[in-house]
Design a protein around this ligand. Sequence first.
Ligand SMILES: C[S@@+](CC[C@H](N)C(=O)[O-])C[C@H]1O[C@@H](n2cnc3c(N)ncnc32)[C@H](O)[C@@H]1O
Length: 254
Amino acid sequence: MAQSNKVQQYWNTRGLRESLDDHSRLGGSAGFREHPVWFGALPPLLERPAGGRVIRRIADMGSGTGIIAEYLARLGYEVIAVEFAESRARLAEQRLAPYPMASVRVGDVADPPIAPGEIDAVISRNLLWLLPDPLAVLERWALLTGKNGRIAAIDSTRRLDHRKRRAGLTEFSKHLLSKKKPAAHSAQLLQTSAAPLANIRTPDESAGYWRQAGLLNVSAQDLSWITAVKEHYEHPVSRYLSVSKYYSVIGDCP
Ligand SMILES: C[S@@+](CC[C@H](N)C(=O)[O-])C[C@H]1O[C@@H](n2cnc3c(N)ncnc32)[C@H](O)[C@@H]1O
């Protein structure tokens, strides 16, 4: 099976086990993805687009269960959530059902089911760091919004010893708990192994890809205020493993 199909299958299987009202897994860290702190992170990503472009319609790429799409809908935007795992797209549909201006499309963010000019902006959270070719994806997104469209993403830097720590814990838990490797771990490693943004130290390394994609007015912001809230919620073991620090990058299309 091709790598991208395996990744899609992983997320689809994960979606089959999820429900919209399960906020308590992983000692609160999963619930953190829906914490109101994220609500405050979104408006700055959409401020002052080039040429005074008015932003009305936004694509939430790799929407998962539609958390960010819902926040955008609540802020009054028209939203198209794009997600390739059917099960997660169905959950996003459930979540977005109360918002008539929000919809979900099943598709790959590398070739999204969106026509050029259909949207004014693209937002993604926790997506680009998973992708094998973020540069190609950014170039593709720029064609969707056209001139002065806004591309924005929230992601996280990861320390280079992240995987070593995880691997160590996996070994330890194998002895302690079972002989089996947890499925989620192996799938996550599978995705990060070929993703250039999975092991960066500074937000500027990510911004470099945006500049290479030809985006203008590129700037990276540290979102340590969000990281701080996340750490507050985490179980000490998850906190030890979760060495990621949130940041955002924005850019305007030429
Ligand atoms: C870490 S989750 C983040 C979900 C959501 N953006 C959020 O922050 O809650 C990554 C999501 O991106 C989706 N995804 C990964 N690669 C994708 C691709 N190439 N095309 C579409 N969706 C993708 C996964 O299925 C998963 O739902």
